[in-house]
Write a protein that binds this ligand. Structure first.
Ligand code: HEM
Length: 365
């Protein structure tokens, strides 16, 4: 059975290869902590650790006998497969209010998600004391995991919002496409560059080492409206070809755009998504981030329009230097007419659980 390591310096699900054919399904959920004390919060973290350790390794659930409800929902049958599951736990800034005496230990840049000028915030879809990212190879595995975790933690935390995501296989090749039809994830940093951009840097409390800031933005796509836009206009909005994913000045998906050769934006407009998101100058190199986004589909809205879009997920070591700087540059981009951010949150993805005797947030609590 396919599994990813649960124990380590960092959590899995962050630099784990981007979703494609593997980990094509996900659930993002935020919880409110109902733990009454720091001791209860510690107990919650230990339970979360135990469930995540079991679910990511797979195994046979405890048999409590037929006079009891089953210890497991049995959605996956009597032998729970790992099925490529990763569980990635984050904490929101509200966990560091004075409830648990943790204020002085808050990660330096952690705060409630900023509302940007084109956002349509819906409070039922925002923020949370804790976040869970679950990614796996099949949707029933993801469903089983969220249900198992919610069931075992009922005394300590309560679901605030949750959304399921999915990804496409290469169509026909290269990076998966998002619901606007464009390959998405092409220019992600890799290797040691990715590590350097993601894991906690100086200026953070000692316990936070090995963690990273997690940004979740729920972004609705106005797909009916988008489908009426010419291909030429779609391509200039992103700065890439729709069929191949190549930058407009290149031929292949992996070609690097050359903005110095196109200073006036004649080929790739100055306000194209990729040009604003990453101007590729030495001064902006440390603003890059890792994106690990999924599609979502919530059915129809009250007008009968398709309610689908993008679960934008990014990991970065400095929310202000990276995500917020880039997001601010994107404020006026032409794409904003076709998308509508409505939820999500900022979280701090915890350091990894070191070994079988360690537990989530052990150095925080
Ligand atoms: C690149 C789509 C929102 C940051 C891209 C690409 C696409 C895309 C198709 C080009 C392929 C690639 O390199 O991945 C979208 C859609 C969005 C969205 C549909 C909203 C619905 C955002 C947001 C941010 C962001 C909110 C960050 C604030 C980036 C970055 C790149 C990128 C950093 C890589 C640019 C490069 O290095 O060349 N996006 N994006 N995107 N996007 Fe987005």
């Amino acid at each position: 059975a396919e599994s990813y390591p649960f124990h380590g310096v960092n959590q899995s699900g962050i630099l784990t290869p981007a979703p494609g054919e593997k980990q094509a399904f996900s659930c993002f959920a935020a919880f409110d902590s109902t733990a009454a004390s720091k001791a209860d919060l510690t107990a919650l973290m230990k339970t979360l650790t135990e469930r995540a350790r079991f679910l990511t390794a797979g195994g046979v659930p405890e048999n409590l006998g037929i006079s009891q409800p089953p210890s497991d929902s049995d959605v996956l049958g009597p032998d729970v497969p790992a099925d490529g599951l990763t569980v990635t736990l984050g904490v929101g800034s509200s966990l560091f209010d004075d409830r648990y005496g943790l204020a002085s230990l808050k990660p330096a840049k952690l705060k409630p998600m900023t509302i940007f000028p084109n956002d349509s915030p819906e409070s039922a879809w925002m923020h949370g004391d804790l976040s869970l990212q679950l990614c796996a190879n099949h949707p029933d595995t993801v469903h089983h995991a969220i249900r198992d975790i919610a069931k075992h933690t009922r005394g300590g935390m309560q679901l605030r919002w949750k959304i399921e995501g999915y990804n496409s296989p290469p169509r026909p090749s290269g990076t998966p496409r998002n619901l606007l039809g464009f390959k998405d994830g092409t220019a992600n940093p890799t290797g040691s560059l990715a590590s350097d951009l993601v894991w906690s840097a100086s200026g953070e409390p000692a316990w936070a080492k090995g963690g990273t800031y997690q940004v979740i933005r729920l972004i609705r796509m106005l797909v009916e409206f988008w489908d009426r836009v010419s291909i030429n206009e779609q391509e200039t909005m992103f700065g890439r070809r729709r069929d191949s994913g190549a930058p407009l000045d290149g031929n292949a998906e992996t070609d690097t755009p050359d903005y110095a050769a196109d200073p006036n934006g004649d080929v790739i407009p100055l306000d194209a998504h990729i040009r604003l998101a990453n101007p590729r100058t030495s001064a902006t190199a440390n603003q890059r981030m890792i994106r690990r986004s999924y599609n979502y589909d919530l059915g129809l809205d009250e007008n009968g329009d398709i309610q689908a879009g993008h679960i934008f997920v990014a990991y970065n070591q400095d929310l202000e230097r990276q995500f917020e700087t880039v997001q601010k540059r994107l404020i006026g981009e032409p794409l904003i007419d076709y998308v509508q951010p409505f939820g999500g949150g900022y979280f701090y993805a915890l350091p990894g659980v070191a070994d079988a005797s360690d537990w989530y947030a052990s150095r925080l609590l």
